[in-house]
Write a protein that binds this ligand. Sequence first.
Ligand SMILES: [Zn+2]
Length: 100
Amino acid sequence: MTNAPVTEIPYCDFCGSDEPRWRYSVEDYTALVTNTHVITNDGDWAACNACYELIEANDRANLAKRHPYATDSYGEQLVRRTHDGFFAHKLPRRAYKLQN
Ligand SMILES: [Zn+2]
């Protein structure tokens, strides 16, 4: 969720891994996650290899479970809503492989 150059995305945006390997182009957007929590997306998302596989398979349930906040069903629900924004706004082009 940053406009930093490709090599400067240090973490997977889906699970927090410090080994991001893919970059998804995502348009900027604002989404309501709860009645009081708004997410403003600014730029691309990074994914590690494991999250990339789940994104490409559209396996959103298991993708959400990898997130550190998904410790209970409520946390998982918030992560799913956050990811819904990603899936709704990611551009149709394929992910870029990062050079690291
Ligand atoms: Zn990941």
